[in-house]
Structures are given as structure tokens and as C-alpha cells.
Design a protein around this ligand. Sequence first.
Ligand code: GRG
Length: 294
Amino acid sequence: MDFTAELKRHTTRVERGLDQFVPRPDVRPARLHTAMRYSLEAGGKRLRPLLVLAAAELAGARPGHDAALPAAIAIECVHTYSLIHDDLPCMDNDDLRRGRPTAHKQFDEATALLAGDALLTHAFALLAENYPGPLAATLVRELAGAAGSRRLIGGQMEDLLAEKKAGTTTDELEFIHLNKTAAMIEAALVMGGLVGGATEADLATLRQIGRHLGLAFQIIDDILDATADTATLGKTAGKDAKAGKATYVTVRGLPAARAAAEEHSTQATTLLRSLRADTRFLEHLLASMAARTK
Ligand code: GRG
């Protein structure tokens, strides 16, 4: 397996899918659709849609067949909405995202808020419009669960609350990480598995992989925030520590963070290898994520 070629094959499909499945910028109101595309097209690693496409193929979707593409775009829409809202002055108040001015800096706060709202709503329309009834309902339930008040939004709420008080416990930090970050990564793998026709047992394994991968990913993000520069990150570096934010690094220290990232990556890889499928692409993706902090 040529990892670079596979990565290119999947990311090319994601970029094409974003263009195909999101309203054109000249659709009225043009300012809103331009803002939605501005944030989507700013780039990003596309981790979640890549996971959808790779999990679908793992579960049996025909390689190169676009069955999983609307689900992949739907999850990137939800992820991008969460980034736009997270950057707003009432939340993280950030000026830089994906190497460009944040949506409210490029447009204005109201437009950024509405672009986020529209991306969130559009994600569910994509699922309803592109899958047969029962599968659409299952995908909607999965994505709504991951993005809802108990998970993504709940994680964000506790993150904001943690910022306002002194001393974050390991339990609070785990709740934040599991929900703010791991929920959407779990959902990506499960949604891919659902589209590809995975068995219940394989869906449960994909969920577990997503949980470990999500935790590893967030801990690595915390390590990078503490150690990398703004140019490398494409967003403001050192911001979390400066804001007194609870991160794995600020709560547990750098060596423990590195050990925990390694542990969760290993667990994810072991679970991945337990699936009876060609998991080489995902294994390589995992290894390349873990290598970002070395
Ligand atoms: C506003 C409901 C709501 C949620 C916001 C996404 C988020 C929750 C906050 C952003 C800050 C943060 C550190 C979130 C944890 C998840 C995470 C690391 C997001 C960034 O994802 P990447 O690195 O971003 O995949 P790209 O730009 O590559 O897509």
C-alpha cells in the first residue's frame, strides 16, 4: 500500500465532495454561502472525512465508489461549524484558523454565526437527501448524538466552565476530551462503517478505535499547542496555556501527556488490527498522527 497515494486519493475526493455538496457561493444569499465555503475551503487536515471514507472501504464499500462521500462531507460541515463558533469572541476569541483570518474577522460576527448555523443544518440535509430512509435515520442519529448537548456541545460547555474556575480535575479533563474531540472522531469511523455495511461487532470496535484515536488526537493537539509555533499550527500557538486553559499538558505535564498519547495510539492500533480487513491505510494514518509530536 502506498500511503501517500491513498491519502491523496481520499483527500482529492473530499475536496471534490465539498465543492459538489455545498451550495455554490453565488446562491442567494451569496454572502452566507461565500462565508460557509470560506471556512470549509480554508483547508484543514480533513481527518474526520478521511476516517469516514477509510472506514467505509474497510467495511466493504467499493474503493473509489462515492457512497460514503455525502457522510464524509456532512461530518466536515459539522466540524467546521464548531470551529467557526469556537473562534467567536464570546468563546475562544481567535483571529487565526487554518492559517487564515477566522470567519468573524474575514466577514463579521453575525455572518460567522449564521455560516456556522447553516453548516450544521446542511450536514443533516445531506444525510437525509443522499441515503435511503433507514440508513439516513441511523446516520442522523449517530451524527446528532456526537454533535449534541451530551457530547460535542457538552464538551465545549464544560471546557468553558473549566476555564472560569481554578483547578481542573482529571475527570473533568477526560469529559472534555471525550466529548469535545473524541465524539466526532468516533462518529466518523462509525458512520463510515454504517455506509460500508459493517457488522454490529465491527461497529462497536470502530467506536472503541475512535475513542482512543480521539483521546490521542486531543492530547497530541495539547502537546503541539505547548511546543509548536503559530506558523506550523495555522492557529495561535501557546494560546491554551496562556488562557489558563485546562489541557492534558497543563494538568498532567508534558512527559505524562506524551505517554498517554502513545498509550491511546497503541490501543487504537491493536483494536484496528483485530478487524478482519485491510487496515494498513488507517494504521499508517494513526502512526503519522502520533509522529507529529516527536
Ligand atoms: C462551538 C459546539 C462548539 C464546539 C467547539 C472544535 C471545538 C469545539 C473547539 C476547537 C478547539 C479544540 C482544540 C477542539 C478540540 C478538537 C480539535 C483538536 C479540533 C481541531 O481539529 P483539527 O485539528 O482541525 O482536525 P482541522 O483544521 O485540521 O480540521
